[in-house]
Each structure stands twice: as C-alpha cells, then as structure tokens.
Design a protein around this ligand. Structure first.
Ligand code: GLA
Length: 402
C-alpha cells in the first residue's frame, strides 16, 4: 500500500514534468513528512522530541537549464497550498524574503539558504514539486518541502551539506522566508529519518538517537481531524515567548534546564509576575513533557505498552489543559481511542504536531488496526459531524535521491 502510494506519486510527478517541460527529468528526490510520537512543543525549549518519518512524501523532479531563473511547477505543496501553479525563482545573488507567505516562500527560502551554505549552481533548473503529505495536518508538509528542495540543491550543485547542516538551513528558511519561528524537530526527522526507526532527538545537543520500532504487532495510526491548523498565527510564537520568559525568570537560558522540582518550588515567584498563572502552566507542560518523552522511549524499547500508553494520554492532557493547543475535534478523537482501550487494541493516543487541529497519533495492535480505524471514523462522524481521514504508516526513510 505504502509503496503503491509512493509509485503513484512518482509517476504523476514525472508525467507533469513531461507535460510542462517536454522531457524526462534528470534528477528525482523525495523527503517525507513526519509524525511526532511524543515530545510536543519541547524542541524550541531545547528539550526532547520523539518523531518518526511517515510514508507520505514530497517528490521533486528536475533538470538543469541555462536560464537565469528556475521555473518550478507545483501540484500540491506547502503549508499554504495551491494546486498547479508555477513560479520563477532566483538562484543566485542577494535573495530577499517577501512579507506575504505562500508555497513559493518555502521554496525560495530554501534555495537562498542552500546557496548561502555553498550549494552554488551553474545556470538554473526546471522542476515539478508534488506531495502527498496532507496539508495543514500537522504532519510537516512544509518541512518535507524544504528538505526536498535542499536535497535537490545538493544534487544540482554537487555540494553535500553536513548531517545537521541541512535541517538547520531548512529551519532558517522557514524562520526568515515563511516567518514561522519553528523548532528543529520537523526538518531533522525529514532529513535524517531511518526506515523502521523513531528518532529521539535531544534538541539542545542536536544529536539524534535512532530507536528501532520494528515490532510488526504494533502499528502507528494517524487520524486527521480535517480541522486545518494554521501555525503562522500568533499562538505558536506566544507560547514560545512564554516559555522563554519562565526560563529567564528562573535564571536559565532554556526550560530544558529546569527540573520539575525547581519549577514547583518556584511557583509563587512565577505567579507573582503578569500572566503568571498562564506562564506556570506553559512551563509545567514543557518540563513535564521532557520526562514523559524519555519514559516513553524506554517503555517502547522494552515493550512496556501500558507505560507507553500512559505517557501518550498524559502528554495529550497536558497539551490540552496546560499548553492549550488542542481543540474539541482532536479531544474527541483521543477520547474515542481511549474508550476503545487496550482490550480493543489501542495502546495510546494523543494530539501530534503544532496543534489547533491537525492529527492524532495512536499506537495500536496491528491485527485490530482496521477495526479501530472504522470505529474512530464512525464515532467521530456521529459526535462531530466531520469525516476523519485515517491511515497506518511504518517509520519511513528520510530524504533521498531516487
Ligand atoms: C511545529 C513546529 C515544530 C514543533 C511542533 C510542536 O510542528 O514546526 O518545530 O515545535 O510544532 O512540537
């Protein structure tokens, strides 16, 4: 199923390339979306995240040209998607960001940051970008686009970026050109994911540890609430600022360096400042989430599914109540999964990604996955009146040249 989806996307991308440019592409690259198992809103606090790449990709087909600018068609890509649009992109000289953000911002931004890091190209290129990563679903359609473009720039220039350099330049493109102050999780996992592994990333040292997830009896089920999230709003940067404020107040650079004991002991000090109650709740989430992430990783390795599930539900509650990034549709999905419970094959479930809509991630027993998906779809429709989109994925390979 996953291979078939990939093959279909690849064939479609080549077909559009032939239609638009009248030739076969010279270069083909792919970069996946991701799902975060746990460790949410911790990356920009220097904490731990535990994502895996998913079997949904952005593919780029390209060929070199002698033109001044690159001509790129998109079929479906970027946080703010449009279908079948073309753009012209600068490939040398000073490249300035625009105020307005659309799919071209991610592409132009990544080209600019790749050039800055030494991926100089002669001439330009024609390309088609196509993606089956759901847009606005919290599955990192933007990071997969950035990482695919960076990988293309490596191929076009013959300049290989360092292991961490590639995700970091993609993050910079998102900060500067898409005006979204994201952390490093999405770009790291899209660039460095490995098949059948989740990745525990210490976002302070930026050193990833690959954790095998090859037990065939457990599956990762992703449920899209089909409530589109939009992260460039104020919610994300506001939370980031709140966390930074608390860290500073407690004399640290990052919340990662604050222990739960220290946070609880400093409660009165935090409550005494403006919006102290909110600040305390935000920090309690970030600090607690680091502990849950490390605990879940250990439990996953030892196959202690009860502990895995408990961490996932606790993470969801903390994101719902303390971090306030959930919504009624997502809460309904998690409650439906929780009700099915271990007897019905559900290990755990939680919101995943930036929040305010998007998807839930659930770990389920493989032999019950179809039944669970059917129950979730039916109950969600009856409670919320919307259709959920549900799929199962294995941990996928990160960016690659095809
Ligand atoms: C978005 C950001 C990530 C991370 C998550 C929340 O996906 O791009 O850097 O902060 O939200 O965990």
């Amino acid at each position: 199923m996953a291979d078939q989806l990939f093959d279909t996307l690849l064939a479609e991308t080549k077909k559009i390339f032939a239609e638009k440019f009248g030739t076969e592409p010279e270069i083909l690259v792919a970069a996946p979306g991701r799902v975060n198992l746990i460790g949410e809103h911790t990356d920009y606090n220097g904490g731990y995240v535990f994502p895996m790449a998913i079997e949904r990709y952005t593919i780029i087909a390209a060929s070199r040209t002698n033109a001044d600018k690159a001509t790129i068609w998109t079929n479906n890509c970027g946080r703010k998607a449009v279908s079948r649009a073309a753009g012209e992109f600068a490939v040398r000289g000073e490249i300035e960001p625009d105020d307005a953000v659309d799919w071209t911002s991610y592409v132009q931004g990544t080209i600019a940051c790749a050039l800055e890091k030494g991926a100089k190209i002669e001439g330009a290129f024609n390309a088609v970008i196509n993606s089956n990563v759901p847009l606005g679903g919290g599955l990192s359609s933007s990071a997969s686009l950035e990482v695919a473009v960076a990988t293309l720039m490596e191929e076009l220039s013959g300049h290989k970026f360092g292991k961490e350099e590639k995700p970091l330049l993609c993050q910079k493109a998102e900060h500067v050109f898409a005006h979204m102050a994201c952390g490093i999780m999405d770009q790291f996992i899209s660039a460095l994911g490995q098949k059948d592994c989740a990745m525990l990333l210490d976002c302070r040292s930026q050193v990833p540890e690959m954790v095998p997830m090859s037990d065939p009896s457990v599956s990762v089920l992703i449920t899209n609430s089909n409530v589109k999230h939009q992260l460039s709003g104020s919610e994300y940067p506001e939370r980031r600022k709140d966390c930074e404020k608390v860290a500073k107040l407690l004399g640290h650079e990052l919340l990662r360096d604050v222990t739960m004991d220290e946070l609880l002991a400093s409660k009165d000090k935090i409550l005494a400042v403006d919006d102290g109650e909110r600040l305390f709740k935000r920090a309690r989430h970030a600090v607690g989430e680091d502990g849950r992430t490390l605990k879940m990783k250990e439990a996953l390795i030892s196959g202690d599914w009860a502990t895995v599930g408990a961490q996932m539900y606790a993470s969801h509650e903390s994101l719902r109540d303390d971090y306030e990034v959930s919504c009624k549709e997502i809460d309904a999905l998690v409650e439906i999964a929780r009700k099915i419970g271990p007897e019905g094959g559900v290990i755990g479930s939680r919101i995943t990604g930036g929040g305010f809509g998007g998807c839930t991630v659930s770990l389920v027993k493989t032999d019950k996955a179809d039944e669970i998906a059917a129950t979730i779809a039916r109950e969600y429709k009856s409670q919320i009146g919307k259709d959920a989109t549900i799929f199962v994925t294995r941990p996928a390979q990160g960016a690659r040249v095809l």
